[in-house]
Design a protein around this ligand. Structure first.
Ligand code: NDP
Length: 303
């Protein structure tokens, strides 16, 4: 039987970004809605940076389930939402917005014009499900948790920050953040360091002796740069990779990146980015619908 989430049966969800045509999120979410008989439609919408505030103010309405946010709006959207919750504040980025009813109005006080209180509209709450997605992909697809692990993250953008949150929340032994612009890696760690004082952290340049040493010692190396996206480029010298490391590439297009291939050739275990994509989508789906996400259906649609 179809689930009717609103009386009009026209529930809507979106992903906004620019460019957005490449997004496979509509395929993943629409397959999940269809499999569970939920009467809803998920669409990709091109929103240019200058049009973000206007789009957010226009999208509120009874049919809105929520929306995903991708490049370049993950940070820029935060001031236009009513609340930032969960890991979004730590990660400094929102990838999922849920809609909730307004908080209950205070009871009208007799004689104080209480009847005239303004009617609040729905509230938009910003979440970050990339942290959940990464943690679940690592656990279910590589059988690993970051507790006690030596972790190297390549990159210092939004995805790297989500991985940094997980490393510190889960008690990694060490976290090295390596970025082309090292000042951005330093800012990332300054923002996150208070999460866990026992993890040893350092910011290094992508081309540095410190990184050579860190990769040689690492249990997990995560590529959170955009290097390798729709290309054969590799962000580090692959000869640095040792068989003791798990190499995770968050890039999921192509399905197997040149970094993953090189790591496999050097005897390292590898994990691609598609699992994180599916699990972050599942967490968003569950936040919107209140129904357990059909992971297998979502994976099949993504692949
Ligand atoms: P950002 O734009 O926030 O960050 C990009 C990062 O890549 C920065 O650290 C940047 O370094 C680095 N970078 C870009 N070009 C180069 C280059 N030529 N050489 C070295 N470093 C470079 O992007 P996101 O953090 O949002 O995304 C990063 C990647 O992760 C993307 O490929 C994205 O598709 C993927 N991703 C995957 C997810 C999944 O579910 N699997 C979820 C989210 C992201 P600098 O600061 O020096 O410019």
């Amino acid at each position: 039987m179809a689930i009717a989430l609103t009386p009009t049966n026209m529930n809507r969800a979106y992903v906004i970004g620019s460019p957005i045509r490449h997004s496979i999120s509509p395929r993943i979410h629409n397959a999940a809605f269809a499999a569970l008989g939920i009467d809803a439609r998920y669409e990709a919408v091109e929103v240019l940076p200058g049009a973000l505030q206007d789009w957010v103010s226009r999208v509120r309405g009874p049919q809105l389930l929520g929306f995903n946010v991708t490049v370049p709006h993950k940070e820029a959207i935060m001031p236009f939402l009513d609340e930032i919750a969960g890991d979004a504040a730590l990660a400094g980025a929102v990838n999922t917005v849920v809609v909730t009813a307004p908080p209950p109005s205070p009871s009208p006080v007799e004689g104080e014009g209480g009847d005239e209180l303004p009617q609040l509209s729905t509230r938009l709450i910003g979440l970050n499900t990339d942290t959940l997605g990464f943690r679940r992909s690592l656990a279910e697809e590589a059988g690993m948790a970051l507790r006690g692990r030596r972790v190297v993250v390549l990159g210092a953008g939004g995805a790297a920050r989500a991985i940094g949150v997980v490393a510190l929340q889960d008690g990694a032994a060490s976290l090295v953040v390596a970025n082309r612009h090292v000042d951005r890696a330093e800012r990332l760690l300054t923002a996150l360091n208070e999460l866990n004082a026992t993890t040893a952290t350092s910011a290094v340049a992508l081309a540095s002796e410190a990184l050579v040493h860190a990769i040689g010692e690492a249990d997990v190396v995560v590529n959170a740069t955009s290097v390798g996206l729709a290309s054969d480029e590799i962000p580090i010298d692959p000869s640095l990779i040792t068989p003791r490391s798990l190499v995770v590439d968050l890039v999921y297009n192509p399905r197997e990146t040149a970094l993953s291939r090189a790591a496999r050739d050097r005897g390292a275990a590898t994990l691609g980015g598609i699992g994180m994509l599916i699990y972050q989508a599942a967490a968003a789906f569950e936040a919107w619908s209140g129904v357990e996400a059909p992971i297998d259906v979502m994976r099949e649609a993504a692949e």
